[in-house]
Design a protein around this ligand. Sequence first.
Ligand code: PEP
Ligand code: MN
Length: 335
Amino acid sequence: MLILMKADSTENQRKTVCEKIEKLGFRPHPIPGEHSMAIGITGNDGPLEEREFMSLEGVIKCIPVTVPYKLAGKDFKPKGTEVKVGPVTFGEGHFVIIGGPCSVESEEQTIRIAKAVKKAGAQVLRGGAFKPRTSPYSFQGLGLEGLKILKKASAETGLPVISEAIDFESLDAVSEYADIIQIGARNMQNFALLQKVGKLQRPVVLKRGISATLEEWLSSAEYIMQNGNEKVILCERGIRSYDKYTRNLLDLSAVPAIKNLSHLPIIVDPSHGTGRKELITPMSKGALAVGAHGIMVEVHDRPKEALSDGHQALLPHEFEALASSVEKISSLLVP
Ligand code: PEP
Ligand code: MN
């Protein structure tokens, strides 16, 4: 439920409402608005009795919130959230370009590619150190050593870095070395991991699960937020479909749909979303046109030697062309 307070309600009246919510065993979330104040309630399983609150001074209205993702939902926070990572802002009016290799393979490879993506216009460097591979025989990533390399690449280029955590142990390491924690598609419903991410105050990119509905995805964001970390960025990366022509079916409609349902920033990963390098640029332009707040693209300068996903990696000059065309379009779209 969302309790709307009168514009001229006093601090004391709002405090009384919050205390009442706590007394009932739930959590109040004061939400300051431009002209008024609302107080959201979480922790209740079923609907609450309106009259419990309508009798309190300063209360105008009680609005039931029917979605299971309250903190992530628009009812609780109609204005878009901005997530800041150093000088980079994820949110409305910004289009962040993340680029880098699928995996950190060596110091030399990572620093080389980091410099190339920076020159091409990337604002954030990506690189997996803990890789959730479908086959146990595939390259599993350099682990902690990979994160240390990524940190060096960040220091050399000044780019903040994003890397994936796949379990509790890797989460401790990723949160120490990376600026943004990535929770991959395969872990979108690893609720214990989401709760642990929620206890950190580090921005997190939450990828959409391989066959997740929008409601499931936002409920996963809720797990993170409910534990105190509100710096969640959603990432559409395609869903499983029947046509194997593309690796996944990149659901660009999820972008405007999520923007109707949630205040969280949303970016698009056209690399895993299509698995075909010739589709990455058009789908990036599409992502921008439908209102995404950024893209995450895999880049490799020696794709044939790549230890993972070389077939879908853009060459640095291709990425540079993508970044510059996206920038041109973006200057037309974003006021
Ligand atoms: C990745 O971005 O490195 C990755 C593994 O993506 P996803 O979780 O979307 O498959
Ligand atoms: Mn990859």
